[in-house]
Ligand binder design. Structure first.
Ligand code: PEP
Ligand code: MN
Length: 377
């Protein structure tokens, strides 16, 4: 059960004390408190874990500081959507809004190689009105002899260039909790010119110790990618690990699933799951067309598969797009063949807008058609 307290409830006040005293006396029920501090208000939620079946919602709502009590199912308690649950489906980070109802593009380098390439990428993003990017510093590679990423040594120049070109959020994959510390140190060293979204990659979706570390810190939001060989439910539970440790600023990333060798795409594109993740949870959903498709192959219509699957994701309501670009793909140290070229950035963004407008029209059409009635009914 979740108790959502009235806005700005004073945790030193009498009403709060009364409630906490009551909860402390319940047998086999643990209360976990979570304060969500926004720009205008602080919301406190209390998660009651354990034997809550005998607790009545009305009884809990009779405490003066309790606004609402919500009974949750076992699954995805924090990030899930539950019956009579109108908790938020968005969060803000460093001036950027991440929600189930909006869209951010994170175009950038799969792997940071040189300051010059990082600068070219970020300048182009600024010229196209973009404030987010992806920059891989720690690369989890299949082959131990492949380039492993420049690691912490590249972070200072990446952050300085981000500050210079107005980039507010950089998605950076981490594979160890040490990396989170290194990112924090580099941001401090450079005077916090930008923000970072920690990316947990498909190879680490069920690295529970890493999830716990990223969940315990409150500074950075997390993009958790779906595991490429596990069920959707298992991946959503992995996201719940982050939230259960305290960090619920989580974006869920679809990046394709492993299938047979010889398939046309690097991974089987799974963007049809966007509406399902929206329905099951309150997380914004990211798609990664680059790692799903894995090549610059195009249809006879002249449109690259990467563009096609991006549009398919956006028209189904995707909220974030992580995509590889490179100023000199033949010199890229990782994933050059799937990178889009700098002169394709404007075209790519325009193509996304077509799909996004179509999605918004589809939402209006559905609303008009059902006119507030239950779709399933
Ligand atoms: C990446 O985004 O660079 C990456 C390695 O992705 P994934 O974890 O989806 O393979
Ligand atoms: Mn890559």
């Amino acid at each position: 059960m979740i108790l959502i307290l009235k806005e700005n409830t004073d945790s030193n006040g009498e009403e709060y004390r009364q409630l906490m005293e009551y909860l402390a006396n319940l047998e086999n029920v643990e209360a976990r408190i979570h304060h969500e501090t926004g720009t205008e208000k602080t919301v406190t939620e209390i998660y009651l874990i354990g034997n809550t079946s005998t607790l009545q919602l009305e009884e809990m709502e009779s405490f003066p500081c309790v606004d609402r009590a919500v009974r949750v199912s076992e699954e995805y308690r924090i990030l899930g959507r539950h019956h009579v649950d109108n908790r938020t489906t968005h969060f803000e980070y460093n001036g950027v809004r991440f929600g189930q109802d909006n869209l951010n593009v994170f175009a950038g380098l799969c792997a940071v190689d040189t300051p010059a390439h990082v600068g070219i990428m970020m300048r182009a993003l600024q010229e196209h009105g973009q404030t987010c990017t992806r920059m891989g510093a720690y690369k989890p590679r299949t082959n131990p002899y492949s380039f492993q990423g420049h690691g912490k040594s590249c972070l200072p120049y990446v952050f300085e260039l981000a500050g210079k070109y107005g980039i507010r959020v950089i998605a950076i994959e981490v594979t160890h909790d040490l990396h989170i510390r290194e990112i924090r140190e580099a941001l401090d060293l450079t005077g916090q010119p930008t923000g970072v979204m920690l990316q947990i990659g498909t190879r680490n979706t069920q690295n529970f110790e890493l999830l716990k570390s990223a969940g315990r810190q409150a500074e950075f939001p997390v993009l958790l990618k779906r595991g490429f060989g596990i069920t959707l439910e298992e991946s959503l539970n992995a996201a719940e690990y982050l939230a259960s440790e305290g960090n619920r600023r989580v974006v869920f990333g679809l990046r394709g699933m492993k299938t047979n060798l010889g398939d046309p795409h690097r991974n089987f594109v799974d963007f049809a799951h966007i509406p399902a993740v929206h329905r099951l949870t309150r997380m914004p959903v990211c798609i990664d067309p680059s790692h799903s498709v894995g090549s610059r192959e195009a249809d006879a219509d002249g449109i690259m598969d990467i563009f096609h699957v991006t549009a398919q994701g956006v028209i189904a309501g995707a909220n974030m797009i992580l995509v590889d670009f490179h100023p000199a793909p033949s010199k890229a140290l990782v994933d050059g063949p799937q990178a889009l070229h700098m002169d394709e950035l404007g075209y790519f963004l325009e193509d996304i807008q077509i799909a996004r407008k179509a999605y918004e029209q589809r939402v209006q059409l559905a609303r008009g058609h059902y006119d507030g009635k239950d779709v399933a009914g």
